[in-house]
Design a protein around this ligand. Structure first.
Ligand code: FES
Length: 162
């Protein structure tokens, strides 16, 4: 075996060792690094927004009258988890299709309430008024009540916060 053949084999072995060490180093880095990044970033990315929220039995909703559903949901902001009361008015005119509306006034965020005598929603903060479908009928609110996507499964109402 010539001197250059020996040198070529030696270089090949060195390259193989380098590649093996780099490969093992990469695997170790991935094994520790990926879970560590997931641990650090996970809570910051986790939110309840976009999940279906169970409201209750659809039989509670009277035809033509907005019905208030209240539930408590957990929201996570960064590493802080808080319980938040979540209220939704649900309206149906035919017992088949349901409209889920926020009870938060679109002016400055006060809670609206259904006033049956006036057949509309009323906001006590600045006398905002909304029709039963959530459209603005008076006062300063700039837009209708926000709506949520809704669905009914086995007679249970669900809404999704956007
Ligand atoms: S917050 Fe509702 S009218 Fe101002």
């Amino acid at each position: 075996m010539s001197e250059s053949d020996k040198e070529g084999k030696e270089v090949g072995r060195r390259n193989f060792m380098k590649m093996t060490i780099v490969g093992i180093g990469g695997l170790i880095t991935a094994a520790f690094g990926i879970p560590a990044v997931a641990y650090v970033m996970g809570p910051a990315l986790k939110q309840s927004v976009g999940e279906w929220i169970q409201l209750g039995s659809v039989t509670k909703v009277e035809t033509g009258i907005p019905t208030l559903f209240k539930t408590v949901i957990q929201t996570q902001t960064g590493w802080i988890t808080t319980d938040e009361e979540f209220s939704v008015y649900v309206l149906t005119e035919d017992g088949q299709n349901y409209v889920a509306m926020s009870n938060v006034c679109t002016h400055l965020g006060c809670r609206v309430r259904w006033v049956a005598d006036q057949n509309g929603f009323f906001c006590p903060c600045h006398n905002g008024a909304f029709a039963k479908d959530g459209t603005v009928t008076g006062g300063p609110p700039p837009r209708p009540l926000d709506r949520f996507e809704s669905k009914v499964e086995n007679d249970i109402l669900f809404v999704k916060r956007g």
